[in-house]
Design a protein. Structure first.
Length: 228
């Protein structure tokens, strides 16, 4: 079994090759499962049905809703929305301070709320005295902050993918975000299997595979040096 000193003596090329071999072994050990394809098809069918239903409902609303409407609960709606934004900002700040992976989710939620805030401010204040204030606020404050949040989430996702690529022993530039596959969800491996694994199990498995794959490697190199 390899120890830390033997692993440190390996060259960067040998460690990269080791990662490639281990990743290949992991792929070969996974058992094909039809449940993954079945679940994916069900989810896709639900998404398509939601898109069709929402498109029809949007058309119905566009044709039937009155142009002007006196709403009740106006104060509660906007105060509640601003409280949601406050919680999103606080959660984002906490995740950034603690350096937690949930920061990516917080940034996406924050950007979504900021875009919604800008949209409703501008649309609901149209043809009123507060329209210019809402428009300037959307263009100067809310939309730029949403853009920065999305940019930060994108950068964190690409950074995480770069780490995974290095673990797999793959070099080269990081692919575009829309071309990056889901991490750990390969063909034939259900998502539930990935979620069931703990970090300790993954680390223990990787270490055991590393030691097993390299058991014969150092011995063969020593034998080569000892041979005449």
């Amino acid at each position: 079994m390899l120890d830390d000193d033997e692993l440190r003596r390996m060259s960067p090329q040998e460690r990269q090759r080791l990662r490639q071999v281990l990743f290949t072994l992991d792929d070969q050990d996974r058992r094909a499962s039809s449940r993954l394809d079945r679940r994916r098809k069900i989810v896709l069918a639900v998404i398509i049905a939601c898109c069709v239903g929402l498109a029809i409902w949007t058309g119905v609303l566009a044709a039937t809703l009155p142009r002007y409407y006196r709403a009740g609960g106006w104060r509660g709606a906007w105060v509640g929305f601003d409280l949601a934004e406050l919680v999103a900002f606080a959660a984002t700040g906490w995740a950034l301070w603690r350096r937690r992976q949930i920061l990516i989710v917080c940034l996406v939620v924050l950007a979504t709320l900021l875009c919604c805030d800008a949209w409703f401010d501008v649309v609901l204040d149209a043809r009123t005295s507060g329209f210019m204030v809402s428009l300037i606020s959307a263009l100067v404050v809310e939309l730029p902050l949403a853009f920065l949040a999305i940019l930060g989430a994108r950068r964190l996702l690409r950074t995480s993918n770069a780490v995974v690529l290095r673990y797999r022993g793959q070099g080269g530039p990081v692919p575009r975000l829309r071309d990056i596959p889901l991490i750990g969800v390969e063909t034939g491996r259900p998502l539930s299997d990935l979620l069931a694994e703990s970090a300790e199990q993954v680390a223990d498995t990787a270490l055991a595979d590393c030691a097993h794959a390299q058991t014969k490697g150092p011995d063969s190199r020593r034998a080569g040096k000892m041979s005449p």
